[in-house]
Write a protein that binds this ligand. Structure first.
Ligand code: UDX
Length: 426
């Protein structure tokens, strides 16, 4: 069993650290945010992720949290870089946190390998290698080990992944990182560093493209009278296509897709290539929100002065993550059109910035809907299926509902007297 330091106690860092500890390794987690480390030391988990809290408490004797890089590095053989790489104004990935971790490794005498899990542009590994070679760490190996974890199922994604990707050129590091994953139920794919970096970006781009493709088909379904739910189900039954990421709706959001699509676009343009498919996928994703607003506008004959309830705020159900949530784009457009916005979400943290600061948040969908001229279902929370819609209808000023996730049954909603609109369904 190894002694590991994980730099970054964010979403990926915590999941990685907890799972490596569960596998029997000793893990020190280092972050620069005081409050985060204080919470973790007190046994509290600062993010919502099923199973993570149990894993952290269950492995407390092998997991430590610290603000000090020096403390995290004492006796450490492997450093995992799990810091965030947010987009710069140009859309590139900001690697300053990655470089700051690399800079703090000087003098780590037991260090054998640096493993980068953060999503980085292709070519970053080679640059880190060059920096290590110029320092006292020239003997330390380098590996890219991208993550493919989806929020809400991150622990399972780590423990039973479709694949573990290890990008490295030196046999010793390949062996080391492969051994670290003993106990993980999934195949290890070994490749060169640049390819491993590309696998992460390409996988995300593929998933985004699938969603946008089905969203475009949804538009055609609306124009021709077909039903995208039936179409996508049957298309997905083709084993060459598969059923996942074919759900039509108001499009993707989250901490990865929007950022990684921009980063890949930027990476391409830095090499002189203009991406075609990726740009189209991004454009379709933006269009889905504009189309949603247009549908409401048409149904109400204008949005000025209307009261619109936004049901669901997080970028997908089962998470408290508001990063790049499609609902935020919708709320901003509604307010810009002069509508009043009420909202409901079971997990979104309080105190969201604009546009939410201008919206009135309620504790239940029913309260958010009372007196509304229309509602948008933006996140497919299961509890929205249990709303007593017949009662709610009578409390709304106008029973207009745009279901941006095809979450409710059209026939049922129409039988209840709703003007019910969804995505790609007749
Ligand atoms: C994603 C990738 O799945 C993961 O592999 C990567 O490491 C990080 O990004 P995550 O951001 O947690 O994970 O969300 P995911 O479940 O993939 O959903 C992304 C967005 O796409 C959500 O807004 C979701 O609502 C939307 N989506 C997903 C669709 O609109 N239709 C679908 O069929 C699937």
């Amino acid at each position: 069993m190894r002694k590991i330091a994980v730099f970054g106690a964010g979403y990926i860092g915590l999941v990685t650290a907890a799972c490596l500890a569960e596998l029997g390794h000793t893990v020190a987690v280092r972050d620069i945010q005081d409050e985060r480390i204080r919470l973790l030391k007190a046994g509290r988990v600062p993010i919502h992720e099923p199973g993570l809290g149990e894993l952290i408490t269950g492995n407390a004797e092998r997991l430590t949290f610290t603000l000090s890089a020096e403390e995290a590095l004492a006796g450490t053989e492997i450093v995992y870089v799990c810091v965030d790489t947010p987009p710069t104004a140009a859309g590139d990935a900001d690697l300053s946190r990655v470089w700051s971790v690399i800079g703090s490794l000087k003098g780590a005498e037991h260090l054998k390998a640096v493993v980068v899990k953060s999503t980085v542009p292709v070519g970053t590994g080679a640059r880190v290698r060059a920096v290590l070679d110029e320092s006292d760490l020239a003997h330390v190996g380098y590996a890219s080990n991208p993550e493919f974890t989806a929020e809400g199922q991150a622990v399972a994604d780590f423990m039973r992944p479709d694949r573990v990707v290890v990008g490295a050129s030196d046999e010793g590091v390949i062996r080391l990182v492969t051994e670290l994953h003993e106990g993980v139920d999934g195949p290890v794919e070994v490749m060169d560093v640049a390819s491993a970096e590309m696998v992460k970006l390409a996988s995300n781009a593929m998933l985004m493209t699938r969603i946008s493709f089905m969203n475009e088909i949804a538009v055609l379904c609306e124009l021709t009278g077909a039903d995208v739910e039936q179409v996508s189900r049957a298309v997905g039954l083709d084993h060459r296509i598969g059923p996942h990421f074919l759900r039509a709706g108001i499009g993707w959001g989250g901490s990865c897709f929007p950022k990684d699509s921009e980063a890949l676009k930027q990476l391409a343009s830095n090499t002189g290539h203009h991406t075609q498919l990726l740009n189209a996928a991004i454009e379709v994703n933006n269009l889905q929100k504009r189309r949603a607003i247009q549908k409401l506008k048409d149904a109400l004959g204008g949005l000025g002065g209307a009261k619109i309830a936004v049901l669901g705020m997080t970028f997908k159900p089962g998470t408290d993550d508001m990063r790049e949530a499609p609902s935020t784009v919708l709320a901003a457009r509604l307010l810009a059109e002069g509508a009043k916005v009420t909202c409901w979400d079971p997990l979104a943290p309080d105190g969201q910035p604009e546009p939410w600061a201008s919206a009135v948040r309620h504790g239940s969908p029913q309260e958010a809907l009372a007196g509304a001229d229309a509602a948008i279902l933006a996140t497919a929370w299961p509890e929205l299926r249990d709303v007593p819609w017949a009662d709610v209808r009578d409390t709304m000023r106008r029973p207009v509902l745009f279901d941006g996730r095809n979450h409710l049954d059209p026939a049922t909603m129409r039988a209840l007297g709703f003007t019910y609109m969804s995505v790609g369904r007749p």
